[in-house]
Write a protein that binds this ligand. Structure first.
Ligand SMILES: Cc1cc2nc3c(=O)[nH]c(=O)nc-3n(C[C@H](O)[C@H](O)[C@H](O)COP(=O)(O)OP(=O)(O)OC[C@H]3O[C@@H](n4cnc5c(N)ncnc54)[C@H](O)[C@@H]3O)c2cc1C
Length: 83
């Protein structure tokens, strides 16, 4: 079954199992998500939270994840608002 979505947030933590993104061009040669500050390179409606070193050392901890989540939420809201 396939469904059209506008945005996806993958909160897959410090041990993500995201092999299925490889064929979509979203993983680097080490199998890690290709992103900038949590926003996927290939798909601007796809975002991550909780990845190790997503933005800083604290990204994969309770101390830093909220700040990263706010950032991607702002980005995704702007993405959705585009005509
Ligand atoms: C030993 C250890 C100690 C830690 N101690 C602390 C601490 O003291 N303080 C602190 O703030 N942080 C600590 N952390 C970091 C801690 O992991 C995070 O703070 C917290 O667990 C992050 O929650 P999360 O929901 O982002 O990720 P997680 O708790 O990792 O949850 C992500 C979930 O997504 C699942 N998942 C992954 N890929 C997929 C997929 N493709 N489809 C569906 N599900 C998927 C995973 O199996 C997992 O269940 C520690 C980590 C470790 C390993």
């Amino acid at each position: 079954m396939a469904e059209e979505v506008d945005t996806i947030v993958l909160a897959t933590g410090y041990r993500p199992d995201l092999g299925y993104l490889g064929p979509l061009g979203d993983l680097d040669s080490q199998g890690r998500p290709r992103h900038r500050d949590g926003i996927a390179h290939a798909h601007p409606g796809l975002a991550y939270v909780g990845l190790e070193w997503q933005r800083s050392l604290s990204s994969a901890s309770l101390r830093g994840v909220g700040r990263d989540a706010q950032r991607i939420a702002r980005h995704l809201a702007a993405h959705l608002a585009r005509p």
